[in-house]
Structure formats: structure tokens, C-alpha cells
Design a protein around this ligand. Structure first.
Ligand code: ASP
Length: 341
């Protein structure tokens, strides 16, 4: 029996002897990928293309860390998506990017409010690997990126972002926009319009060695205050990985993910015995309870995978999907269950 299989067997035996708090939830069953079979999941329909980028690394036996970097780079490079330099600007018209990455050994790196750099996820990885720090922000993050050889891109908005910003300036209304994907029945709320209006990709992967890693990258909430940071670059909020338990990531209203240290909370709930989807649901319920009637004004979504290779997700509102890629099917889009009917 491989070390990993022994570990899973002994962990399961250990958990069987523990009193696991139920939080009023049955541990809903989650789809499982066989141990030794790589798996990658990511947020929204943009995750379909990103997962293929990750799969190129995972399929031949590559490392989950390399996969989650390569995967979200596909989305960062796309000018047609609200992530990376093609994303929506802040309310002063400047695109500022946030990203973080975490591996199977609690190594992590992050950049926030980074301007004019095409691949913030790769800068986050350099922070992790080449500095004694976890997080660099703003001008210092940009200086570090340039010193590491990342080219400074022109400061200009993509055609879609320029159009959306012009539209937004008509009212300059500072109000969170609910992230949704066009599922046919609900149009996005707010100034951006169009079919999809999400601003983040978060990705979680397990490689053939059973190791987990995660990445998260975003242009942040569209038309945010200058200097505003959301959950996405924050280890423990937008992303958390504990190789012995599982990994989780968030998208949606960053302020409300930060309030409960969202991704870390989901991983801790899995540690207590909940399956990934049930853990995501319990974290969403916690946010809904805190927000009360205001919960209807926001969207928050979590995705998670367990060390056993199960995956799941849960959202506050309708309109969230996540992309799944494994040996059986590289292009699955799963509509997430949600709390508020
Ligand atoms: N979580 C991101 C933020 O608050 C936004 C998103 O996921 O779309 O900046």
C-alpha cells in the first residue's frame, strides 16, 4: 500500500473514533476521484478553459502547484474576461490585480493592488519562492515583479472594460454587483450587464501524488474604491490549502468572505468531518446568518476538494457554476446548489 493510501486509511480510521459536530447538516455525498487520479476544479465557466491549461500539467504526472499556476494564467491572458488586465478598473479607471497561491506544504505567496503586470499569479508564486514574505502590495509588488523580469504592460483598458467603465461613470453608483453567470433565468444586476459579470478565477488541484495546491486571481470588484482589497489575495479568505484535509477557495463579495475567513473555515469544517459540499454550505449559511436580510444583496460562492479527492461547491444565490476536469471528463460544468431560493 502506498504511503498516501496508508495515510488516508489511517486518517479515516482516526476520524471514525472522533465525535464530529454535525452543525445541523448531514455530510452530503460528494463526487470522488480515485486516489492517484489527478483532479482540477475552478470557479465559473471561465474555469473550463483554465482547467485544460492545468490538465496539461497534471495528466503527465506534473505537480499540482504548477498546474494551478498554468491554469489560471489562461484566464489572466484572456482579454475577454473580467480577470487580469482585461478586467474592470477601479472607480478611478485603473485596473489593479490581486492574486495568491498556496502549495501542499503551507508555502504561500500573494500580491495585491498590482498594476500593469499580465500574470499576477506568477508574481505571487515568486513572492512565495524568492522572498521571506507572503504578501507584497501596490508599488512594492510592481517593483518586485519588474526586478523579477515581468514586463510592464501599457496602462490601458480592454475594449469591454472601457465600455463598462464609461457606462458606470454615468451614475458612478458605488454599490456591490452580484456575481452571476447567465443560467437563462436571471440577468446580472448592476452596471456591467452582459451574460457574465464575475471577476475572479479560483482553482484547486490534486496531482497524481495526492498533493493539493490552489490559486486565485482577480481584478477585484468592478469600480471598487482605489486601494480596496477583497478576499482573493488573502490566504485563509480567498484560498486555503491543508494537504492532510483539503483545499477551498472563494468568489463573490470579498468583504463577506473575509468576515468569516472563508476558505480556512471551509477547510476546518472538512477537518471536522464534513464533505466538501457540506462544508461549503455550512460556511455560506454562516455568512447568510451574519448578513440577515442583506444576504440577498450579495453573492458568495465556495469550491472545495478533500484530500480524498472529493469535490463540491455551494453558493449563496443562484447563478454559480464550477468547472471540473479529471481523467474521465475534461470539460464538465457543474451548476452549484445555492441557499436563497
Ligand atoms: N472576490 C472578489 C473580490 O471581492 C470578486 C469576485 O470574486 O468576483 O474582489
Amino acid at each position: 500500500m502506498s504511503t498516501r493510501r496508508k495515510f488516508i486509511a489511517s486518517t479515516a480510521a482516526g476520524l471514525a473514533g472522533l465525535a464530529v459536530p454535525s452543525y445541523g447538516l448531514a455530510a452530503t455525498s460528494s463526487p470522488v476521484t480515485a486516489v492517484g487520479q489527478p483532479l482540477v476544479i475552478s470557479t465559473w465557466d471561465t474555469g473550463l478553459a483554465a482547467n485544460l491549461g492545468a490538465w496539461k500539467v497534471l495528466r503527465p504526472g506534473g505537480r499540482a502547484l504548477d498546474a494551478v499556476e498554468a491554469g489560471v494564467m489562461v484566464t489572466e491572458a484572456s482579454q475577454n474576461c473580467c480577470v487580469g488586465l482585461g478586467g474592470n478598473p477601479d472607480r478611478d479607471g485603473i485596473v489593479t490585480l490581486d492574486a495568491c497561491i498556496m502549495d501542499e506544504k503551507f508555502n504561500c505567496g500573494s500580491v495585491a493592488a498590482l498594476e500593469r503586470i499580465k500574470h499576477p499569479i506568477s508574481v505571487a508564486r515568486r513572492v512565495m519562492e524568492r522572498t521571506p514574505h507572503v504578501m507584497l502590495v501596490g508599488e512594492g509588488a510592481q517593483q518586485f515583479a519588474v526586478a523579477q523580469g515581468f514586463p510592464l504592460e501599457p496602462q490601458q483598458l480592454s475594449a469591454d472594460a472601457a465600455k463598462a467603465y464609461k457606462e458606470w461613470l454615468k451614475t458612478s453608483q458605488y454599490k456591490p454587483v452580484i456575481n452571476v453567470e447567465n443560467t437563462g433565468s436571471k440577468k446580472p444586476v448592476g452596471p456591467v450587464g452582459g451574460a457574465n459579470n464575475h471577476d475572479t478565477i479560483a482553482m484547486l488541484a490534486q496531482d497524481a501524488q495526492g498533493n493539493l495546491s490552489g490559486s486565485c486571481t482577480t481584478s477585484g470588484m468592478g469600480f471598487k474604491m482605489r486601494g480596496r482589497l477583497g478576499d482573493s489575495p488573502l490566504i485563509g479568505s480567498g484560498l486555503f490549502v491543508d494537504n492532510a484535509v483539503g483545499a477551498a477557495a472563494a468568489t463573490g463579495q470579498g468583504e463577506d468572505v473575509i468576515r468569516i475567513a472563508g476558505a480556512h473555515t471551509v477547510v476546518e469544517l472538512m477537518r471536522q468531518g464534513l464533505a466538501p459540499k457540506a462544508a461549503c454550505k455550512a460556511a455560506i449559511e454562516r455568512i447568510a446568518k451574519i448578513k440577515g436580510a442583506q444576504a440577498r444583496d450579495i453573492q458568495v460562492c465556495f469550491i472545495a476538494i478533500s484530500a480524498k479527492g472529493e469535490h463540491g461547491a455551494y453558493a449563496l444565490q443562484k447563478g454559480f457554476s464550477y468547472a471540473v476536469c479529471d481523467a474521465k471528463n475534461q470539460q464538465q460544468l457543474v451548476q452549484s446548489d445555492f441557499l436563497l431560493a
